[in-house]
Design a protein around this ligand. Structure first.
Ligand SMILES: [Zn+2]
Length: 258
């Protein structure tokens, strides 16, 4: 992908977070790795997610230096969280950090996310946990711990704080965030009746996790295209053949963008 398309998709992600109520005023941040892989795009501190545009995104290197755009107010926590993960994980190209009521609630429980919904099974045995350590301000110590704690996973639960959800692509990060948010909401809704909860057998959880994650070639791309159509972004985006869901050939719905 070229940088202009990466930035368009990142802006769309910001707008979707606002529409879905996953934002937190001017806190939290979503980012995407630049095409040359040496930096990432993120919003300037101080903007609401609805206000993010292609032209006001800033580009930051992995040492926290703004190399493109004007950072109105420096937000070092964003650079510590995002920079540390990009530096350690070459496979990750998008990182969404969020504080939602549901994910903060689950992050504050000792047992973390439980495998009690199909949404949660996307993450079965694949979650990193990071103990609360005040604001993430130190790239050397806190940043390294964040990278160590996420390990090989795509989801890091920041205890008493929120979530860091990653993806190989922006649509994939959105896909994981959607499933994690719904899993957290379900867990919160049944919290008062924990003794009655059915927990699937571990072997079933494992198989479900594998089935869910191998169901389609490009995780999130089908939903991403649908949301572009829903919110009128289709004029700026095209659905390429490589982004088509694996099993789309027999589907009766027309997914062609006009
Ligand atoms: Zn945060």
């Amino acid at each position: 992908m070229i940088d202009s398309d990466i930035k368009k998709d990142l802006v769309f992600a910001y707008h979707l977070f606002a529409k879905f109520g996953w934002d937190d005023l001017t806190y939290t941040h979503l980012s995407a790795r630049s095409a040359d892989t040496s930096s990432f795009y993120i919003l300037p501190f101080g903007l609401l997610f609805q206000e993010v545009t292609v032209s006001n995104l800033i580009r930051v290197d992995f040492n926290g230096n703004v190399v493109e755009g004007i950072d109105m107010i420096y937000n070092p926590t964003g650079y510590v969280i995002h920079g540390s993960i990009y530096s350690h994980r070459a496979d990750i190209n998008a990182i969404f950090h969020s504080h939602t009521h549901a994910n903060v609630s689950v992050s504050a429980t000792k047992n973390g996310l439980q495998p009690i919904s199909q949404w949660a099974l996307h993450f079965y045995d694949q979650i990193g946990y990071h103990a609360y350590d005040s604001l993430a301000l130190d790239l050397k110590t806190q940043g390294d711990n964040i990278a160590k704690d996420i390990g090989e996973n795509m989801l890091l639960v920041m205890e008493n704080h929120g979530a860091v959800v990653c993806g190989q692509t922006i649509p994939e990060a959105f896909y994981y965030h959607h499933h994690f948010e719904n899993a957290c909401k379900v867990q919160c809704m049944i919290n008062n009746n924990q003794k009655d909860v059915i927990v699937p057998d571990a072997a079933v959880c494992k198989r479900s996790n594998q089935d869910l994650l191998s169901f389609e070639e490009k995780r999130g791309s089908r939903d991403w295209s649908a949301l572009k159509r829903l919110y009128g972004y289709e004029a700026e985006f095209k659905l390429s053949n490589s982004e088509r869901p694996r099993k789309a050939s027999n589907h009766h719905c027309n997914t062609e963008l006009v």
